[in-house]
Design a protein around this ligand. Structure first.
Ligand code: PEP
Ligand code: MN
Length: 346
């Protein structure tokens, strides 16, 4: 349920509405828009129904609306304006900017991560990616450099000014990742790990939440709802492909998901063409399509020597290929009135 305040409502009137909601044992979530403030009411349905008439009669209240979807805080009904997620000075979301995150699948060593960071920055990337804890299908595959990988990412941030995103797969890793990274990635395989979602909802770091390979959009939005319901509103959604019936690409990139999510939620939506493609030759086409469809950004895997990569070698672009792709991406973004986000942190 949301309480829509009149545009002329005073702060005292909003505070009184919040107090009434909290007195009833419910949670209030205040969202101050350009035109008006809306107060989300979270909690038991029956209590909300009992409170409804009382809230409608309060000073400054225009109307009380029931949110029909199972997800509330993430819905456009709840907050019509785009959320802008700020990661170390880079702003993701909103109608103007496009943010490209790039870097290796896994951090493998100092030279590797530093050289990629410099190359992707020069090509227009605004954030660095790189896995230190890797979710591998086989327990015998390279599992990541762990804390050493996080240290190297932090070093690359110092050297380039690019904020860093990296994955945490469980609580222990989350504590470490939060110490080093600017944004926490929750990987596709953990999208429905509800205890981890709650944990990351309690930290004060932005979250990159990837869609599970078999998750519906409603399940994806409810996963984000877990994070917001714990108080962390800084969430970026990422479409990275779902299981399809054809194996020419590794996953089936759901471009429609970008279009639909942009309608259903105010959260920024980015696309990972690399995990979806599985092969480097397919990455540029998927990346261009994502930007044309209205994605707020991309996360792309780039490696200085992909033949020797310890994970996902076949899908990682070489720096020169990435640079070429970025020129095309900026051209497509420009036709939509969008431009690369600025990098204020440097
Ligand atoms: C990755 O970003 O390297 C990764 C493992 O992504 P996903 O969780 O989307 O498979
Ligand atoms: Mn990867």
């Amino acid at each position: 349920m949301i309480v829509v305040m009149r545009s002329a409502a005073t702060k005292e009137q909003v505070d009184a509405v919040v107090a009434r909601i909290e007195e009833a044992g419910l949670k209030a979530h205040v969202s101050v828009g350009e035109l008006r403030t809306v107060v989300g009411v979270i909690g038991d349905d029956r209590t909300k129904e009992q409170l409804r008439g009382m809230l409608e009669a309060m000073e400054g209240v225009e109307k009380v609306v029931k949110v029909l979807q199972p997800y509330k805080l993430v819905s456009r009904e709840f907050q019509p304006e785009d959320t802008v997620v700020e990661v170390g000075g880079v702003r993701i979301g909103g109608p103007e900017a496009v943010v490209v995150i790039a870097g290796p699948c896994s951090v493998e060593g100092r030279d590797q991560v530093l050289s990629v960071a410099r190359a992707v920055k020069a090509a227009g990337a605004r954030m660095l990616r790189g896995g230190a804890f890797k979710p591998r299908t086989s327990p015998y595959s390279f599992q990541g450099l762990e804390e050493e990988g996080l240290r190297l990412l932090a070093e690359a941030r110092e050297a380039t000014g690019l904020p860093v995103v990296t994955e945490a797969m469980d609580r222990r890793q989350l504590d470490l990742v939060v110490q080093y990274a600017d944004m926490v990635q929750i990987g596709a395989r953990n999208m429905q790990n509800y205890t981890l979602l709650r944990e990351v909802g309690r930290v004060r770091k932005p979250v990159l939440l990837k869609r599970g390979p078999a998750a519906t959009l409603e399940e994806t939005l409810l996963a984000a709802e877990y994070i917001l319901s714990e108080g962390n509103t800084q969430v970026v959604l990422c479409e990275r492909g779902v299981r399809g019936f054809d194996n020419h690409t590794r996953y089936l990139l759901d471009i429609g998901a970008v279009v639909v999510l942009k309608q259903l939620t105010h959260l920024p939506v980015i696309v990972d063409p690399s995990q979806a493609a599985g092969k480097r030759a397919y990455v540029p086409g998927l990346a261009r399509a994502a930007i044309a469809a209205g994605a707020d950004g991309l996360i792309v895997e780039v490696h200085p020597d992909p033949e020797r990569a310890l994970s996902d070698g076949p899908q990682q672009l070489r720096p020169a290929e990435f640079t070429h792709l970025m020129r095309q991406v900026w051209a497509i973004a420009a036709t939509l009135g969008r431009a690369p986000a600025s990098l204020t942190a440097v």
